[in-house]
Design a protein around this ligand. Structure first.
Ligand code: PEP
Ligand code: MG
Length: 551
């Protein structure tokens, strides 16, 4: 047995074979070929495989009644065989006597550039589709497995580290758990694992070697231990712990349908954090009463080009409708720092956590912002959508965001497109600056949501990504908790509600402090809802104290 100790970042026990993630090597090299006919046959095979994949995807969406996405995949399948596109590929191959990969990439780029240069916005948006189609044919030519996991059965996925964009593109149905050499519990990959409700550990270091691939493992996401080929004693202990967890799960299920209220009648809104429409199933399963944070940037991270207004609208509408009138807070694009998106072509920054990220990018790129706001307002006609802006530091930023919203609403009105003009607007409180001017900010918006992950990072000057800062990264620090209290007092003085959507919200030990501070809402990963509900229902709010604030 080999025991590897990391840091547990998502609870649960999983058993399966270890699979080491390999990054697809997408560098395309031009090669001269001796047998052009054989190369054309390879191309035809890749086209056929692409069409089969797209038809299967369309079929899956049809079963899920997602008609717009069915049309999207059907259109992509047509693109694969488009006469002009195929002719362009073959003429590159013939003219340059080159490999199919190079020709597909060249033809894809030529077509995308041609579409992007058109006046018609609809045709411009098709550039992304052609790039997507070319990418799919390329994957099939190069034998890159969609989802990156070349295994029939689900696996425990190991990696050096995983960027959020990589995690999102993995085939989730094949993942039992994550184990990474690097990373931190506050990284977005760890957050994604918690949202997906699967065990995960990070910071395992070099002992987590690729040579262990294929061996049977147990992972304990609570203690952060990975056992490779466990001995009989460990096996028995793991099985027992698994059984206990299953029993606890059953016990917690009795909380489904119960109100989120303390013994002395204080109500708490208990919402969920999600990253995609697929996560709504887990929200329902765990009886979340709304969505307090939809990290919309995950839509951008999982795409190979800017998601169009229609694609975004479809995602937001799906969530709004599925939540049946319950509040759905959708955060506008929050990329930058660890969430890098290639097609944004951002300049490399020395210190990206303090650089151009989140709302700063949106305010600098009004077209990107406008597209998202149009999609959000269009979705507001289908449910109780609220819009939230991340990384706010100044009042002028909020005013500029609100002006952008007004402009979009005026456009939609002129176009006769329905939207809810009363859509709530909120901001994230995740910088010390926002806390210090919370009184002024509260006059501008309908709600606050505290991002304790970033608030801890910026208040304590501790990189949330670093896994070796240990006890220095302390969300329980009195400075963070006092910031929470200041923001809450400012919100309540202005008559608006305040929640927590950072990871601290799920910390059961902190619940009495949140009740004492007067927090109105907690938004947590779906699996954290029922344990919190059980704790809320056993609490007496008026006996909770501010002791942890050190005052
Ligand atoms: C936070 O900072 O606490 C937050 C919820 O946002 P994110 O983790 O996505 O930065
Ligand atoms: Mg944040």
């Amino acid at each position: 047995m080999i025991t590897i100790q990391g840091k547990g970042v998502s609870k649960g026990i999983a058993k399966g074979k270890l699979y080491f993630y390999r990054r697809p090597d997408t560098e395309i090299v031009k090669q001269t070929v001796s047998d052009l006919d054989a190369e054309k046959a390879r191309l035809a095979e890749a086209q056929a495989a692409s069409i089969a994949q797209l038809e299967a995807l369309a079929e899956k969406c049809r079963a899920e009644a997602s008609e717009d996405t069915v049309v999207l995949f059907e259109t992509h399948a047509m693109f694969v065989e488009d006469e002009d596109f195929v002719e362009c590929i073959t003429s590159v191959m013939e003219d340059e006597n080159c490999n199919a990969e190079y020709a597909v990439r060249e033809a894809g780029e030529q077509f995308a550039a041609m579409l992007a240069a058109m006046d018609d916005p609809y045709m411009q948006a098709r550039a992304a589709d052609i790039r997507d189609v070319a990418g799919r044919i390329l994957n099939n030519l190069m034998g890159i497995v969609p989802g990156g996991i070349d295994s029939e059965e689900p696996v425990i996925l190991a990696a050096d580290d995983l960027a959020p964009s990589e995690t999102l593109q993995l085939d989730k149905s094949k993942i039992l758990a994550f184990a990474t050499q690097g990373g931190s519990g506050n990284s977005h990959t760890a957050i994604l694992a918690r949202t997906m409700g699967i065990p995960a550990l990070c910071g395992a270091g070099a002992t987590l070697e690729e040579a262990h691939s294929g061996r049977l493992c147990y992972i304990d996401g609570e203690t952060g231990v990975l056992y490779i080929e466990p001995d009989a004693l460990t096996l028995a202990a793991m099985n027992e712990k698994y059984e206990q967890q299953q029993e606890m799960k059953k016990l917690l299920e009795t909380m489904i349908g119960q109100e989120d209220i303390t013994l002395d009648g204080r109500k708490m809104m208990l919402y969920c954090n999600i990253g995609s429409p697929e996560d709504v199933a887990a929200v329902h399963l765990n009886d979340g009463q709304g969505i307090g944070l939809f990290r919309s940037e995950f839509l951008y991270l999982s795409a190979s080009d800017y998601p169009t207004e229609d694609e975004q609208f479809e995602a937001y509408r799906t969530v709004a409708q599925a939540m049946k009138g319950k509040r759905v807070v959708i955060r506008t694009l929050d990329i930058g720092a660890d969430k890098q998106v290639d097609y944004f072509e951002m300049q490399k920054e020395e210190n990206p956590a303090m650089g151009l990220r989140a709302i700063r990018i949106c305010l600098n790129r009004p077209e990107v912002f406008r597209t998202q706001l149009r999609a959000l307002y269009r979705a507001s006609a289908y449910g109780k959508v609220a819009i939230m802006f991340p990384m706010i530091t100044s009042v002028w930023e909020v005013r500029e965001c609100k002006r952008a919203c007004q402009k979009v609403m005026a456009e939609l009105k002129a176009e006769g497109i329905p939207f809810n003009a009363e859509t709530e607007i909120g901001i994230m409180i995740e910088t010390p600056s926002a806390v210090l001017i919370a009184d002024a900010l509260a006059k501008e918006v309908d709600f606050f949501s505290v991002g304790t992950n970033d608030l801890t990072q910026y208040t304590l000057a501790c990189d949330r990504q670093a896994n070796d800062l240990g006890k220095f990264f302390d969300p329980h620090h009195p400075a963070v908790l006092r910031a929470l209290k200041m923001a809450t007092d400012a919100a309540h003085a202005a008559g608006i509600w305040i929640g927590i959507c950072g990871e601290l919200g799920a910390d059961l030990e902190m619940l009495p402090t949140f009740l004492a501070i007067g927090i109105d809402e907690l938004s947590v990963s779906p699996a954290a809802v029922l344990p919190l509900r059980a704790a809320i229902r056993q609490s007496i709010a008026k006996t909770c104290t501010l002791e942890k604030l050190g005052c």
